[in-house]
Design a protein around this ligand. Structure first.
Ligand SMILES: [Zn+2]
Length: 167
């Protein structure tokens, strides 16, 4: 079984005289929100510092990632480089304030995902000036080719039937 890049053995940090250690994790992820998602083609990079604390591990650092943002006005997509700062605790307390320390292992995936998602704006526009609104594609009135004449009714004829069913 492939070991998750997010699983870290922290045995060396649990001793009495342990000192901190830096870890860099680079991995493609598919995290994101509906309109803002991390690019699967560009791995996120987390540069973490693991600090021993009395009953676990404190993790600080920074994660850098690229998102593909869909403008909520015009639906254009934009590639953006983003980052989030990390600060989390891993210990054996089963509470909401920390992530689990599992023996000598911590899995930082959920923590990183939480921090990344939290850092994302709820909506995004392609640029500050975007004033476009999403409209249905315009009906092209010139698509009827001569061969199809007679077979296809114009959209206006259909619309007229709907509006005036009695005629
Ligand atoms: Zn836009």
């Amino acid at each position: 079984m492939l070991r998750s890049p997010f699983s870290l053995n922290v045995a060396d940090l649990l001793g009495k005289n342990a000192s901190g250690r830096e870890v860099t994790i680079e991995a493609p992820v598919d995290w994101g929100l509906e309109l803002i998602a991390l690019s699967p083609d560009e791995p996120m990079t987390a540069e973490l510092m693991l600090h021993p604390i009395s009953n676990g591990i404190a993790v600080t650092g920074r994660v850098e990632f690229v998102t593909i943002d869909t403008c909520h006005r015009c639906l254009d997509t934009t590639r953006r480089e983003r980052s989030a700062s990390i600060g989390a605790l891993f210990d054996e307390a089963l509470d909401d304030e920390s992530y689990p320390l599992d023996g000598q292992e911590i899995d930082v995936e959920q923590m990183l995902r939480d921090e990344v998602i939290l850092s994302l704006p709820l909506t995004t526009t392609c640029d500050d000036e975007c004033t476009s609104v999403v409209e249905p594609a315009p009906i092209d009135l010139n698509t009827d080719s001569p061969e199809e004449e007679g077979d296809i009714r114009s959209p206006f004829a259909v619309l007229k039937d709907l509006l005036d069913p009695g005629e």
